[in-house]
Design a protein around this ligand. Structure first.
Ligand code: GAR
Length: 221
């Protein structure tokens, strides 16, 4: 069976990218990372891609006059690598409907809060300063809003009295490294079905979409 080909979009450290690389190499994620694309040159995430022999490309948003032209370049780089699913792993640019239409229903994001609480930047600090007792992270499909798409999976932790914004950030990041490969594996196994705002997860071994039946229907059998 051909593996799901994913493109990972990054902007910085790339520890979530590393979690995907490790999961894919360790047999916990049936997906091939076909390309890593960064909107910033010189970031650690690009080094991680090189260390893992994964093709990487820099598409700097600064070099384009409009958001749409930037996205045209992103789409081209992803298509050049035959990518079927796009993962935003610490990618700090907002994507428009133009990009999302090119990979309809196949763009997912990891966000460091329990959405819909604390969307946008610096979510962990927002949560910490708000004084929440439970914090965590969310993997969701990307829609046209900021961190508003249907939720695939979430993981939570208890905020401790001795936490600081920084220790909380680090503890949430550890959860992200578990959650992102797990959520992506559900997608790789075709077990996700979106119904309105809800993402339903088919039981293990059962695909949400019956591809064999679809193929048969397409062939007119
Ligand atoms: C992660 O905490 C990720 O959830 C967050 O950026 C960090 C990237 O770390 N993303 C967002 O805040 C997106 N709104 P990484 O580069 O080490 O994976």
């Amino acid at each position: 069976m051909t593996k799901l080909r994913i493109g990972v979009l990054v902007s910085g450290t790339g520890s979530n990218l590393q979690a995907l690389i490790d999961a894919s190499r360790g047999g916990r994620l049936d997906a091939d990372i076909a390309v890593v694309i960064s909107n910033k040159a010189g970031v650690r995430a690009l080094e991680r891609a090189r260390e893992a022999d994964i093709p990487s490309v820099v598409v700097s948003h600064k070099e384009f006059k409009s958001r749409e032209r930037f996205e045209v370049a992103l789409i081209k780089a992803l298509r050049d690598h035959d990518v079927r699913c796009v993962v935003l792993a610490g990618f700090m640019r907002l994507l428009t409907g133009y990009f999302l239409d090119a990979f309809s229903g196949r763009v997912i994001n990891i966000h460091p809060s329990l959405l819909p609480a604390f969307p946008g930047v610096d979510a962990q600090r927002q949560a910490f300063e708000h004084g929440v007792k439970i914090a965590g992270c969310t993997v969701h499909f990307v829609d046209r809003g900021t961190d508003t798409g249907p939720i695939i999976a979430q993981r939570a932790l208890q905020v401790r009295d001795d936490d600081t914004a920084e220790t909380l950030r680090a503890r949430i990041l550890e959860l992200e490294h578990q959650l992102l490969p797990e959520a992506l594996q559900l997608l790789a196994e075709d077990r996700l079905r979106v119904e309105g705002r809800r993402v339903l997860i088919a039981d293990e071994g059962r695909r949400a979409v019956d591809h064999a039946a679809l193929d048969k229907a397409e062939r007119g059998a």
